[in-house]
Design a protein around this ligand. Structure first.
Ligand SMILES: [Ca+2]
Length: 81
């Protein structure tokens, strides 16, 4: 279960991913964020895009199928990692 410290960290990460502050992470925002992380790790951009898309598909399947990630869906996703 997520405790308060973990929730605060997830909130911070979520806000960083949500570049336009809309309250949702769009497919484009997720791709850009994952591409940046993968660049640092030396992972090819195609793999980063595939990974970002997989997270969007996962949030579509487990939450609302709106092609974007709410904070609630984000917490659920991160619980798996
Ligand atoms: Ca957004």
């Amino acid at each position: 279960m997520a405790d308060e410290g973990r929730l605060a960290k997830l909130q911070e990460a979520f806000q960083r991913f949500d570049a336009d502050g809309s309250g949702f992470i769009s497919r484009e925002e997720m791709r850009e964020a994952v591409i940046k992380v993968c660049e640092v790790l030396g992972i090819p951009q195609e793999e980063a895009i595939a990974e970002a898309d997989a997270m969007i598909e996962e949030s579509n399947a487990s939450g609302v199928a709106d092609d974007k990630i709410s904070f609630e869906e984000f917490v659920k996703l991160m619980d798996k990692y």
